[in-house]
Design a protein around this ligand. Structure first.
Ligand code: NDP
Length: 338
């Protein structure tokens, strides 16, 4: 059983040497009397929040990884053996699993049994899993978009951002996204059909760039990156604007986070800025969300970009790539295909 072991807690940017690949021998059978499941891992999701799990103590939402143990994260897996009434051999599930070929899962509460297999199974590591739910909850539940509103999305060519932009366009909004390369901007404009997109690395003055793309101001901002971008956005929000505080990836590896200066705009423009954790939305919204998103996929109303790297051993570099924008779309690691 190949495993990606987390070596030890870190500060600053993660490196490939923070992980090591190990192989051990296991019996592909559940221990007698177990009410858990033995799964074969198929696809693993690379997520920025995993950086918090690499810091001693984790954060208020997630606990830290255990040094010397396999990494854990969201993934799609096939049940090989089950001691639970709820799952049987052959079922496909998504939820928390190990960064390894096979995992014994004792706590199966985090697993969702996959109902629809007429879409690629890897999608449950993204659009039909956490990334999709995050885009949906943040946009619809926090920002309540209305037809004709002006929407701005950062990290727009990433897992969540690509979906936020397309969900907002389906609501009849005007959508602009930003990303870190001209290739991503091209995809946003020509494949995902965003109304506009720009490369933030080529803008010396983010405030001026936003004024160019939003001469009438921004109604909704979906925040994925933090730092200077949120300051520039605050200057360009319209009255009664809404900001979904989803993430701040530019800050996760910094010892000294950026200090936002324009918070007073929240008062003067009556802006509602709300943070959220996607975990709080699964119970109420996942069942209806998956029906909706699957329909969008099958009817080709959504273009979904996936960045699939082959092989468990390439997982760490794929995960680190999130922090330098190596991924286009959802970053997934394919451990096995069935
Ligand atoms: P992405 O697929 O968007 O990957 C991360 C992207 O962030 C990179 O591709 C890169 O794109 C961009 N990025 C990296 N470093 C920087 C930087 N210093 N400045 C600006 N952009 C940067 O990830 P996700 O879609 O999975 O996640 C997006 C955000 O949502 C993250 O902040 C994540 O933590 C958050 N999140 C929050 C959840 C919640 O429950 N609140 C749930 C899921 C995600 P580029 O090339 O454009 O720079």
């Amino acid at each position: 059983n190949k495993q990606i072991i987390f070596c030890d807690y870190i500060s600053g940017f993660p490196k490939e040497t923070d992980f090591v690949l190990k192989t051990n021998t296991i019996r592909l059978k559940l221990p007698r009397g177990s009410n858990g499941v033995l799964v074969k891992n198929l696809y693993l999701s690379c997520d920025a929040y995993m950086r918090f799990r690499m810091t001693k103590g984790g954060n208020s939402v997630v606990s830290a990884f255990k040094p010397g143990s396999p990494m854990v994260g969201y993934g799609v897996a096939r049940v090989l053996d089950s001691g639970s009434q709820e799952m049987k051999k052959g079922d496909v599930v998504w939820g928390f699993t190990g960064w390894e070929e096979y995992s014994f899962i004792t706590d199966i509460k985090s697993f969702v049994k996959i109902k629809y297999t007429d879409v690629p199974l890897s999608y449950y590591a993204g659009i039909l899993g956490k990334a999709g739910m995050t885009a949906y909850a943040g946009l619809h539940e926090i920002c309540s978009p209305k037809k004709g509103e002006y929407v701005f999305v950062s990290a727009a060519a990433g897992a969540v951002g690509q979906l936020v932009g397309q969900f907002a366009m389906l609501m009849g909004c005007y959508v602009v996204g930003c990303a870190g390369s001209n290739e991503k901007v091209h995809l946003l404009k020509n494949k995902l059909m965003f109304h506009e997109a720009f490369n933030y690395n080529e803008e010396h003055n983010l405030d001026a760039a936003l004024k160019r793309y939003f001469p009438k101001g921004i109604d909704i901002y979906f925040e994925n990156v933090g730092g200077e971008m949120i300051d520039a956005v605050l200057l360009n929000m319209r009255r009664n604007g809404r900001i979904a505080m989803c993430g701040a990836i530019s800050q996760y590896n910094l010892d000294q986070p950026y200090g936002v200066q324009n918070l007073s705009c929240i008062i003067s423009k009556s802006i509602r800025m709300e943070g959220f954790v996607v975990l709080d939305y699964y119970e109420e919204h996942y069942t209806k969300f998956v029906e909706l998103a699957r329909r969008y996929i099958l009817e080709e109303k959504i273009v979904y970009m996936e960045d699939v790297v082959e092989g468990l051993e390439n997982g760490p570099s794929a995960l680190l790539g999130l922090f330098s924008g190596c991924n286009t779309g959802k970053q997934v690691v394919a451990v096995a295909h069935e």
